[in-house]
Write a protein that binds this ligand. Sequence first.
Ligand code: NAP
Length: 541
Amino acid sequence: MNNAICGMMDPHNEPVFGYLPNSPERINLLNELKRQSNVEIEIPLIIAGKEVRTGNVGKVVMPHNHGHVLATYYKAGEKEVAMAIEAAMSVKEEWMTMSWVERSAIFFKIADLLAKKYRYTINAATMLGQSKNAYQAEIDAVCESIDFLRYNTFFASQIYNQQPKSDSAAMNRLEYRPLEGFVFAISPFNFTAIGTNLCTAPALMGNTVVWKPATTSLLSNYYLMKIYEEAGLPGGVINFIPGAGSTIGNVVLGNKHLAGIHFTGGTSTFNSLWKKVGENLDNYVSYPKLVGETGGKDFVMVHPSAEPLEVATALIRGAFEYQGQKCSAASRAYLPKSLWTKIKEHLARMLGEIKVGDVNDLGNFVNAVIDESSFNFIMSYIEKAKNTKDAEIIFGGKGDKTKGYFIEPTIIQAFDPYFITMEEEIFGPVLTIYVYEDDKFEETLKIVDQTSPYALTGAIFAKDRRVLSHMCRALRYSAGNFYYNDKPTGAVVGLQPFGGARKSGTNDKAGGYMNLTRWTSPRTIKETFLPAIDYKYAYMY
Ligand code: NAP
């Protein structure tokens, strides 16, 4: 019998483990790091629940020690992409007609497996494969993944509960159908949790998924896929296909059953996907839903009434945690001249203490950037700052890719508020500061709003409440996640639903119910009890 109205648990956020010296969790994590460092695994494709190996392979390496191979992975070719779509389409009927309570139980179980049995596995894989320190891996791979799974299940129950009114003559209901076709999930390297969310959110709502993970986060993403299987996710519901984005994208976007894209990554990648969808519009069964969270050029705007130590701390954490490779990372800051000396002193002290290096040393705050092309890309911006009169490097500026892709936390002072590093996403440990004259506060607010095409996150600092609310109004469209007196990073599922507009994405708010509604195509059903038997209305007699 399938008649239970199941009350989904009111979700709570997964507690963050501290990894203090000698704590059991630290010992467990260090052991798991050692274990994973001493094996080289194979990462096959997983299609219809079966492992698939192709003749085309690549290597997964540690960004902080790129000579160390962690895994060999197999790349999908056109044939395997077609197989993955076929698998997704063939289990669709069975998956969407399964009771949503049964479906939800699988995602709760994945969350529980991540919280307990595989906490250190997924943490260590994220640390080694994506070069995250223990804390950054814990808040991402473990806690945020679990939060997505638990909150989304709760939001799904709330969505299904949203029903129209009925009356004595007719009963009305909304059936939240999954999309007609399959969903293409494409995840970025920088958050393991985004890999979790992009494929599980549509699946939770009854869709089947072709998942293309980022090539540089394959280790953690493969372990995630194995956990989905262990939790009882039927084969074919999520199909895991590593490989070249262009090869995979071309086949998937050309398929008439493409019903949605759940993407996070760079703006130019999303633009190319959108254009391709536009070219293929005549072929699709339905208009594909396009959900994309993309780049950012996130700001910190400081009023003269702010507290310098709070500002400096937010800048250090906001700009340099995970080497600035967060879409939300603080990458441009506007500081009043009256506070600059004090803020600079605090920055100098903190940067003097920060250690850069391997993830195995938990004392390191900054680790390596993801790969060589990122390293070169970031260093090219640092070079631009070295070779101009419009800017000066005031901290850091050096990089070394001999063993790992290490770049010092770097602060550039720009003398032109439109200097290139104030405008373009660099996606590395580089913060550019513009010091404004205190009496140019209003003009500077306009510059903050108009400098970059993005509008993802932004932070404002002030003590004066009237100033805070004025800044909030003036910067209404400058960021989708807006912070008063805090760094612009660290959004938590359920607490700060995440996403931005302009060139930062479709702002469908990951970690909120809004995202889940995108994976449904509701059908309204009206049932009339006594159908009319006379075509004339009463007024006609
Ligand atoms: P990316 O280079 O755009 O890659 C994202 C994903 O797209 C990867 O899986 C990539 O595969 C794939 N891809 C690339 N070209 C493709 C194509 N033609 N067809 C299909 N898939 C394709 O981004 P990234 O370097 O991984 O991540 C960094 C970017 O993500 C930054 O711009 C950052 O701001 C953004 N981001 C945004 C958010 C947000 O919420 N707004 C969150 C996190 C990251 P390969 O790995 O194989 O190239």
